[in-house]
Design a protein around this ligand. Structure first.
Ligand SMILES: Cc1cc2nc3c(=O)[nH]c(=O)nc-3n(C[C@H](O)[C@H](O)[C@H](O)COP(=O)(O)O)c2cc1C
Length: 241
């Protein structure tokens, strides 16, 4: 980061953000949470279609819905859903292109999620985005469809858990250097050695952020749920004949 920009407020918020997996027993006020949701509502989207819905929970309402606490003892949670259902009441933009329609919904809802995540961070509230929550992440799309009574075209993407951090922020996890991810002109293959070193750092550093797990255990968990998630999502995304 250029030294001249290191005191820029928003840049600092972005640089300091971390996924937090330990939350304090301190509630988030309704005002603060409303501001976080508002940041999601005002996010940019393709043709301003706003192809998202937010399933919004307090710690209590989460427990009522899922019969378990919010992951990592978070105080609030939002399940961010791609939503191509709501707009169809007035306009069917993608009648013959379910993959494009789904992709647009994923792109837009993810932007809304990031807006909420950064707004939270600016207000001193930490968060983590989750695909796997035990029962209520996007890998459990079929279960969520039933539990939240989701109509066709509404697809869970991620759960964002919010709370005040308990303890200091973890160190920056290994991020690939700019030279590995940027190219000008034609695509450039990554440097194999840099990629190997990155993977080793990922495995070694995992414990710093996932106290009760390991990199290998996390991969095993994801793999164990992927078959079901793949078929649930295919049904939910490509429900059209
Ligand atoms: C869409 C999405 C899903 C994620 N799912 C999980 C998850 O299921 N469990 C988890 O512990 N972290 C999850 N994360 C957090 C990532 O592990 C985290 O962003 C990554 O390790 C980089 O760390 P950082 O956010 O602190 O930069 C997810 C992040 C994103 C964006």
């Amino acid at each position: 980061m250029p030294a001249s920009l290191k005191d820029h407020e928003l840049i600092n918020i972005i640089l300091k953000r971390r996924s937090i997996r330990r939350f304090a027993d301190r509630d988030i006020t309704d005002d603060v949470f409303a501001a976080i949701l508002e940041a999601g509502r005002l996010a940019p989207s393709t043709v301003n279609l706003q192809t998202w819905s937010f399933a919004v929970f307090t710690a209590e309402s989460w427990r009522e819905s899922f019969d378990r606490p919010v992951p990592f003892k978070g105080q609030r949670a939002v399940i961010v859903l791609g939503d191509t259902h709501r707009g169809k009441a007035v306009l069917d933009v993608f009648p013959y292109s379910p993959l494009v329609e789904y992709t647009v919904a994923v792109i837009n809802a993810s932007l809304a999620a990031m807006n909420m995540n950064l707004a939270a961070e600016a207000l001193g509230v930490s968060s983590v985005m989750l695909s796997e929550t035990g029962q209520s992440g996007f890998l459990d799309a079929g279960y969520l469809k039933e539990t939240l009574a989701l109509p066709e075209g509404v697809i869970p993407l991620m759960t964002i858990v919010f709370g005040y951090p308990r303890g200091p922020y973890p160190p920056l996890p290994p991020k690939l250097p700019l030279e590995q991810i940027c190219f000008g002109g034609q695509y450039r293959e990554a440097d194999g050695e840099v990629m190997e070193a990155w993977l080793l750092q990922m495995m070694a550093g995992f414990k710093a952020t996932h106290l009760l797990s390991s990199f290998e255990a996390q991969l095993r968990l994801y793999r164990s749920k992927m078959g079901q998630a793949e078929s649930d999502l295919k049904e939910m995304v490509f429900y059209k004949e």
